[in-house]
Design a protein around this ligand. Structure first.
Ligand SMILES: *Cc1c(COP(=O)(O)O)cnc(C)c1O
Length: 219
């Protein structure tokens, strides 16, 4: 089933849109099946899980960190991952910069936008994104490559459209102001129920779990 699911998604999304398979709480065999079916990027929320998967599939895929960031884990996250999609503070940027310097790496990151302005959610409020991006100027080992957003919980994915639109506008605004370590290239929006709408609104990374692996048996 996983193989068919992946193939179906690849058929539906345009070629220039990247599929990130969100694999939290899935087994190694499930993930391998997705990789065999052509998945090139794995999105992980948990560092520990990633370390378990690593020996099996490290080099065949790229790894995106899509979970919430704890400062003490940044050292390992920087070492392992090819992109961090969930950056939302100067403190985190500074720590990433320092750790990336330590391993001689330029760390690609996306800024997570709290497009629904929900207090309990991670991400930067839309009007604060420009300031955060500007604050990254001295961090030579960080490369800001775009924005990511989840949007608020919605029973109907169509309700997410305004939040995707808003994030795209922000993306275009920042793209016109690119600096040395800011290259607005990726817009990561849309999950299993909303990726089609997200792509219509300009997403070029979609993060999909349930539609590939089925309903989650959460821990
Ligand atoms: C789990 C997760 C997804 C995928 O969600 P599905 O609804 O299962 O497709 C996407 N992005 C993030 C940040 C996630 O944690």
């Amino acid at each position: 089933m996983i193989k068919e699911n992946v193939q179906k998604i690849f058929k539906e999304i345009p070629e220039d849109v990247l599929l990130v398979a969100a694999v939290k709480s899935r087994s190694i065999n499930e993930i391998k099946e997705a990789v065999d079916a052509g998945v090139k990027i794995i999105g992980e929320n948990y560092l520990q899980e990633t370390e378990k998967l690593f020996p099996y599939i490290e080099h065949i895929v790229k790894w995106h960190y899509i979970g919430s960031i704890q400062k003490k884990k940044i050292k390992k996250i920087v070492k392992i991952f090819d992109m961090i999609e969930t950056v939302d503070s100067v403190d985190v940027l500074r720590e990433i910069d320092e750790r990336a310097k330590g391993v001689d790496k330029i760390m690609p990151v996306l800024i997570e936008v709290n497009s629904g302005r929900e207090e309990q959610k991670s991400g930067v409020y839309p009007e604060q994104v420009e300031r955060l991006v500007n604050a990254a100027a001295p961090f030579k080992n960080v490369l800001i490559q775009g924005l990511m957003t989840m949007g608020p919980f919605a029973d109907d994915p169509e309700k997410l459209r305004p939040y995707f639109k808003l994030t795209k506008e922000l993306f275009d605004f920042l793209k016109a102001r690119e600096t040395k370590n800011v290259q607005m290239k990726y817009l990561s929006m849309g999950m299993s129920d909303s990726y089609k709408i997200a792509i219509q609104e300009g997403a070029n990374i979609v993060r999909i779990g349930t539609l590939i692996f089925g309903p989650r048996h959460d821990r």
